[in-house]
Design a protein around this ligand. Structure first.
Ligand code: ARG
Ligand code: ZN
Length: 497
């Protein structure tokens, strides 16, 4: 047992944000800061007037155009209505010298209503051809919306294939919290992360966690570089100075968790005792610092599996890049992505997300505490069970912060806008919420709740309301007051809550 390496913040570099000052909190990510600004009315620029629950949304609608968003109040244009994508087949070629990306995306989708028109999310790159079931279809670009008009209307229930051929120099988007997100160039390739919005910078998608799909990746990069995506490694082949890597993500995945990170990497493969295929890709400049932490991945996954239930995917691993402008790590499915050698606490956090966030996905970004509060609490539990501070101690240290501290700036169940979804209250007060729940129901029931949550929504979706129901069912207690206080009530909660 090794005590958790303490870090004031796991940020490698302050990047775009102020560094968090979490001196005594061994956890991580809370670091991401954002300013905990008060809620702003809208989160999109050019389409500010489109109502998230406008007349085009929902099964009751009479029209035949798919809505331009999935109905998310924080990201009204994220995702689209009228169809479900079952599979993405992405064939990409990236020239690291010119930074040009050439792609073909084939989406297998099913119409959930009659469709004379539908949207995809896709921004930046130039489209040279778009076809539906092999026949060219007309389309237009409107901000992040790619508006597609099939030659013939799609019937409700009809399965169809959309093929989009495109190229260009991808650019990341800037999130409401100021972080870069999407295809982020590095000195030797690209750091590819998509939470919450960036997937659309490198492939056309139904870009909301509500719509999960399986993925195949065929990634071609200059010989000597490695392209790492999600899921199982299927093989590589080099010809004419180019190497093609193939990957398959068989379990459903939200678009924001997809990656196709490119760089000069040392690769190490192994299989855990549970038969999980591990693929680690490490920038050699980070190798020395990363090695002792990555070595612990199998034992961390084993520990997490004991606590949360069977690991949800057949593949695992780590991508350790050197991406100084990024400023965060991401729980890319099956293989978290780090912008530099991670601290052990970060590795624990990102892998806890495999259960909480990746397998059990959000239905709305507002419920982000279901991801970040849980992954943060996993870190507290790891410390508690590995010779570090108890979760109670971590809770107490945070609770001691004065009412004016930004920890209490807003309640984690209602961050208020997309600018706040990665701010301190979501992580730290989100974890405190779980600790308050644990105190109220007792350890046995609490750990049962965590496992039941992961099991019942495995490869699916959750909401805060469903979590509350489950916790009440498992504990036989009315938890409404406690969760309302911790998740939804402004200001520092009364400790008795
Ligand atoms: N989910 C990531 C984590 O917990 C943070 C992603 C931050 N992304 C961003 N665009 N700010 O570690
Ligand atoms: Zn996280």
């Amino acid at each position: 047992m090794t005590p958790v390496r303490r870090q004031a913040a796991r940020r490698s570099r302050p990047a775009l944000r102020r560094r968090a000052v979490l001196a005594t909190v061994p956890v991580v990510v809370a670091a991401l800061l954002a300013t905990a600004a008060p809620a702003t009315a809208g989160t999109t620029g050019s389409f500010g007037t489109i109502a998230p629950y406008g007349p085009l949304v929902g099964p009751a609608m009479a029209g035949t155009t798919g809505s331009s968003g999935a109905g998310d109040p924080y990201f009204p244009l994220a995702g689209n209505g009228g169809y479900h994508v079952r599979h993405y087949d992405l064939t990409l070629r990236y020239d690291t010298a010119s930074r040009r990306l050439d792609g073909t995306a084939v989406l297998t989708a099913r119409a959930t209503q009659r469709l004379t028109r539908f949207d995809l999310d896709f921004t930046g790159l130039k489209i040279t051809r778009l076809a539906i079931d092999g026949a060219a279809a007309s389309y237009r670009r409107d901000g992040q919306e790619l508006v597609v008009t099939p030659r013939r209307a799609l019937r409700e229930g009809q399965e169809f294939h959309v093929t989009v051929t495109y190229h260009g120099i991808p650019k990341p988007v800037t999130d409401p919290d100021g972080s870069p997100d999407g295809w982020i160039p590095t000195d030797d390739g690209a750091f590819v992360a998509g939470e919450p919005q960036g997937a659309m910078t490198w492939f056309p998608a139904n870009n909301h966690p509500k719509d999960k799909a399986s993925y195949d990746f065929t990634l071609t990069v200059p010989k000597g570089r490695t392209a790492v995506a999600n899921g199982v490694f299927l093989g590589r082949r080099t010809a004419q100075g180019q190497t093609t890597f193939r990957w398959r993500q068989a379990e459903p995945m939200a678009a924001y968790l997809a990656t196709a990170t490119v760089g000069t990497f040392d690769v190490e493969r192994s299989t855990t005792r549970d038969g999980i295929q591990v693929y680690n890709a490490v920038d050699p400049r980070e190798a020395k610092a990363a090695a002792p932490v990555l070595k612990k991945l199998p034992s961390v996954l084993e520990w997490e599996s004991k606590l949360f239930g069977r690991y949800p995917f057949r593949a695992a691993g780590s991508i350790v890049d050197r991406a100084p402008d990024v400023g965060y790590a991401l729980e890319t499915q099956g293989r978290p992505l780090y912008d530099s050698a991670p601290a052990l606490s970060t590795l624990v956090h990102e892998n806890a997300h495999q259960w909480f966030g990746d397998s059990v996905s959000l239905t709305t970004w507002k419920d982000i505490w279901l991801n970040e509060g849980f992954a943060t609490y996993a870190g507290w539990l790891y410390n508690e069970q590995h010779g570090g501070a108890s979760a109670q101690k971590t809770f107490d240290t945070l609770y001691a912060r004065p009412a004016s501290d930004r920890l209490w700036a807003f309640p984690p169940g209602t961050p208020g806008s997309g600018a706040n979804i990665f701010a301190t209250p979501v992580y730290a007060r989100g974890a405190m919420t779980l600790h308050a729940l644990r105190k109220s129901v007792g350890d046995r029931v609490f750990f049962h709740i965590l496992r039941a949550w992961a099991a019942e929504h495995r490869h699916g979706h959750g909401t805060t309301a469903r979590f509350t129901q489950l916790a009440e069912r498992e504990s036989g207690k009315d938890l409404d007051g406690l969760l309302r206080t911790w998740l939804y009530t402004d200001g520092k909660p009364d400790r008795s809550a």
